[in-house]
Design a protein around this ligand. Structure first.
Ligand code: ADE
Length: 264
């Protein structure tokens, strides 16, 4: 809406993607008062230097990512942009495979194939996509930036998970909230510097947008939704399996306890 109605500041568009994190701060303290054990940890935390390095690098990655999303939003129609963004699931799976040993099951592969096809279809669809607003070159820049941003999102999530596993070694409420808030502070701070240093002060308010939906976009959207559902279904199966395994483990441990007490 902002760009369609004449807004021109990429920094401003980036800022609105990032600046919402303070809404979590009251929740952070309310939970602390209500449930102090959510903050308990047994292991020694990493040094301040290590934590700072993690928050700053992930914060910078997040700011760069949102800036590229802003370029994509500026040069692409919203439906095209949104469909390309669906590829972040695929990127997330690939990075999770390499960084966090996530497995590729048939449902995940199905999801990846569909999401990739759905995004690739859009490359051939730039004729009808908002023909008057931007040139082919800008469409290409928007496309590349949105794909790069989607890859960046997948990378960022996988790196965050890697940090939780290998460096922070915990996933308590506090550790997760610290990550979200400090990463948000770094990303918002960097973006504000860019906004003021770049001199992009003038903001045009916008209220409405209209975006055409044609045949290829509809098919692309269908594939993206199908791919996404496949991905969600795999997670549902994983969740069910892990719950069943937990139940079995509890039953086995109960049975072995009963056996031991009878022998005694
Ligand atoms: N994951 C994401 N997808 C699309 N746009 C975004 N802006 C910030 N994060 C985003």
């Amino acid at each position: 809406m902002y760009f369609v109605k004449g807004g021109n500041s990429k920094w401003m568009a980036t800022l609105v993607q990032l600046a919402g994190f303070p809404i979590l701060i009251p929740y952070y303290f309310i939970i602390k008062l209500k449930n102090p054990t959510a903050y308990d940890t047994c292991t020694k935390p990493p040094s301040v230097l290590t934590l700072t390095a993690i928050y700053v690098s992930l914060g910078l990655l997040m700011a760069a990512d949102c800036f590229m999303y802003s370029i994509g939003l500026q040069y692409l129609p919203v439906s095209t942009y949104t469909l390309i963004c669906a590829s972040q699931l695929a990127f997330n799976s690939v990075f999770s495979f390499f960084l966090n040993s996530q497995k590729f099951t048939p449902f995940i592969i199905n999801s990846l194939v569909l999401l990739t096809i759905s995004s690739v279809l859009l490359v051939f669809n730039n004729e009808s996509a908002n023909p008057t607003r931007f040139s082919k070159a800008k469409y290409a820049i928007g496309f590349i930036c949105t794909v790069a941003a989607s890859a960046g999102s997948g990378l960022m999530l996988s790196l965050t998970q890697l940090c939780f596993r290998k460096v922070l070694k915990r996933q308590t409420f506090k550790v997760v909230m610290d990550m979200v808030i400090y990463q948000g502070i770094v990303a918002t701070g960097v973006t504000m510097i860019g906004f003021f240093a770049g001199g992009e002060w003038k903001i045009v308010a916008v209220f409405l947008f209209h975006d055409k939906m044609d045949g290829i976009k509809a098919i692309s959207m269908l594939l993206a939704v199908w791919g996404f559902l496949s991905y969600v279904y795999q997670h549902y199966l994983d969740d069910r399996k892990s719950k069943a395994e937990n139940r079995n483990a509890i039953e086995v441990s109960k049975a072995s306890n009963t056996g031991t007490s009878r022998e005694e």
